[in-house]
Write a protein that binds this ligand. Structure first.
Ligand code: BGC
Ligand code: BGC
Length: 643
């Protein structure tokens, strides 16, 4: 450590030591030189994206309008591959896999790698042979691929308060993504959820803007590394710009469509009704930090700000983000989001969005009509050529910075990376993340830590032996899936079985029956997986099944430890008084052993809540930012006990 070497020994704390000071001074000089070199090396690594503009200009001057528009459109792999020749015909510069856009055969590592290589080979057949940027939602590890290490979702990482850990997670995610050849993730999500009824709450690190900024920046550093050109780095994408977590709950018809009989509450893709000062104070800091960390792409939000779609707002995209914050990378629209800018008028939507500053359009199926419409808009003079050149410049800057334009570099997947995919080393970091994110909310009579020598532990609850519930949404499938969603990893039950002494008996029942006579019961309850608006809800109460499991174990007259696995705080009501100890782990991912590290006291809990915890639904929205009336949560933001 530089700091340690430079430190004064306790008896050398004055600068009047004569000869005996010389070694110290030399030492200090060497330290300074060392620091100087480090700074120089760091600044050399981190070139601004505009550093590549001379090369970009040269390439741009050789491109036709069609080739430029091709760089600006991003179809989904299955649609563009099923139309043979379209990659070349439309000069496609980027492709995505959405949450359910998988290889035809299966989600194996090999199939994903083959799919990427196939797409890349098609792209290289275009006239200029510009490689494709392949984007995917690797939002908690390379979460579409079977056997990948699945890290906790961001809400749990927020409880660790540990940017170094989040950076290491980003590094590992980058490595696993690169193993399939893919070079771009649609993350980190730097939303600042203000209302936990929102289905995307778990994608945000915290309700607190400064924590989001701290961890969002760390995630970008981890994914992109100190140099985007490193073949083990991936391009990051801060999303969803801006205020996706600030929308107002509504039961009004969505997108002009009536909602059927029972009007459902929704927040996703809604409207944020706040003034600019509030937007800047709560929702912008994550982007300021991400831009400072050099993030190469940002995804504008589906949502609106005071009735104006973010994806069509020149104020947000160009004036604030590009001009004021100096963002030099490119903007990628959200999945079919552009058409929402002016409902019913697709060409008009494209005109508004591109003129507002959108650079690349995620058009999973509609890439052909986007291409034709934008071409017409340019020829009609409705979208200036200068705007097209700016958009393509931004995209190509990133491609140059990433080494995609380096003809000496292979652009196909590096299959040597397969050997470390989902490795024990990677899982160890996920396990560390899990144990650091567990929050202990109640521990009466020192119920925890529990002994590994107990005679019998009875484990129950719908999430006790369920890796899919641990992982949540955005795992193999868009919506995630209960049960055996991916191989590898450890359920809570398996982790307990693997930790206790050889003499300890571990029994299990789904519903908590059969607990009588055990030394202690562990009940694992919470939410089943969901993603995006599907998770919007007006009911966060524990379900009947969970309450019954807790009651059954309680009625057995033994100490009860309740562990909640959910995408957000829930209304736990009577479950709290019924429990002797209560912990929350949010969505921990595949490494259940991180939980047992805490349960058995191998790690003393340090996790602190990243969100305020309400007593009842009628307190929502509840957060510590905009306190209207009193702030009376069940557990305040930052709460967490230890042993
Ligand atoms: C896709 C997701 C996408 C969603 C948008 C799904 O079909 O798989 O990636 O986010 O649609 O509505
Ligand atoms: C989501 C984004 C995601 C995209 C691609 C959208 O529906 O809002 O977060 O990156 O789909 O899957």
């Amino acid at each position: 450590m530089v700091g340690a070497k430079c430190g004064l020994a306790p008896n050398q704390n004055s600068l009047t030591g004569g000869d005996c000071m010389k070694p110290l001074l030399y030492g200090a000089l060497i330290c300074l030189l060392f620091i100087g070199f480090q700074i120089l090396a760091a600044t050399q690594d981190a070139k601004p994206l505009s550093y590549y503009d001379p090369q970009v200009r040269d390439l741009l001057s050789k491109m036709t309008l069609e080739e430029k528009i091709g760089q600006m459109v991003q179809p989904e792999q299955e649609h563009v591959l099923s139309n043979a020749g379209d990659m070349q015909k439309y000069f496609i510069g980027s492709v995505l896999s959405g949450g359910d856009s998988d290889p035809k055969e299966s989600n194996s590592l090999l199939n994903w790698t083959d799919l990427y290589d196939q797409v890349q080979q098609e792209a290289m057949k275009t006239r200029l042979g510009i490689p494709v940027l392949y984007g995917i939602d690797a939002v908690h590890g390379h979460s579409n691929v079977l056997g990948a290490v699945i890290f906790p979702h961001n809400i749990a990482l927020g409880c660790t308060r540990d940017p170094d850990l989040v950076e290491r997670i980003g590094r590992i995610t980058a490595r696993e993504v690169r193993a399939t050849g893919i070079q771009w993730t649609f993350g980190p999500c730097v939303a600042v959820p203000q209302d936990i009824r929102w289905g995307r709450t778990y994608e945000g690190f915290s309700e607190d803007p400064s924590l989001v900024a701290l961890l969002g920046e760390a995630a970008v550093r981890g994914m992109q590394g100190s140099d985007l050109g490193n073949p083990l780095s991936i391009l990051a994408c801060a999303k969803h710009y801006v205020g996706d977590g600030g929308t107002e709950a509504s039961t009004a018809p969505r997108f002009g469509k009536p909602q059927g009989k029972s009007a459902r509450l929704w927040l996703d893709q809604g409207d944020m009704k706040v003034d600019e000062a509030t937007l800047r104070r709560i929702h912008l800091p994550g982007y300021v930090a991400a831009v400072e960390a050099g993030v190469g792409s940002i995804m504008p939000s589906y949502s609106s700000w005071n009735g104006v779609k973010c994806s069509g707002s020149k104020r947000l995209l160009t004036e604030i983000l590009k001009e004021e914050l100096g963002f030099e990378g490119f903007l990628i629209s959200d999945y079919n989001a552009i058409s929402q800018v002016k409902p019913g008028d697709r060409k008009g939507s494209i005109e508004i969005s591109i003129n507002a500053g959108m650079d690349m359009a995620m058009e999973p199926q509609g890439y052909r009509s986007f291409f034709e419409n934008l071409k017409e808009l340019v020829l009609e003079g409705k979208v200036p050529m200068s705007r097209i050149d700016d958009a393509v410049t931004r995209i190509l800057r990133v491609k140059f910075a990433m080494g995609l334009m380096d003809t000496n570099r292979p652009q196909l997947a590096d299959r040597n990376l397969h050997s470390s995919f989902g490795s024990a080393e990677h899982r160890a970091v996920a396990r560390e993340a899990v144990r650091k994110s567990v929050v202990l909310l109640k521990n009466s009579q020192n119920t925890l830590p529990m002994s590994k020598e107990l005679t019998r532990i009875h484990v129950s609850g719908k999430s006790a032996d369920n890796i899919g519930n641990q992982c949540g949404g955005w795992t193999i499938r868009w919506q995630g899936q209960s049960g055996e969603v991916t191989p590898g990893g450890t359920t809570i039950l398996e982790a307990i079985e693997g930790t206790v002494s050889a003499q300890t008996e571990v029994t299990y029942s789904l519903d908590g029956s059969g607990a009588e006579g055990a030394s202690l019961g562990v009940v694992v309850v919470g939410e089943r997986p969901y993603a995006e608006g599907v998770g919007d809800t007006s009911n966060l109460l524990l379900d009947e099944e969970d309450l019954a499991a807790i009651a059954n174990v309680k009625n057995a007259g033994i100490p009860v430890v309740v562990l909640l696995i959910s995408g957000r705080p829930m209304i736990i009501g009577d479950a709290l008084p019924q429990s002797d100890a209560f912990l929350v782990t949010f969505l921990p991912g595949t490494e259940g052993q991180g939980v047992t590290d805490v349960l058995f006291g191998d790690y003393e809990p340090t996790g602190r809540l990243s969100f305020s915890w309400p007593k009842s639904m009628d307190q929502l929205p509840l957060n510590k930012n905009e306190i209207k009336g009193s702030y009376e949560p069940l557990f305040p933001y930052g709460y967490g006990l230890s042993y």
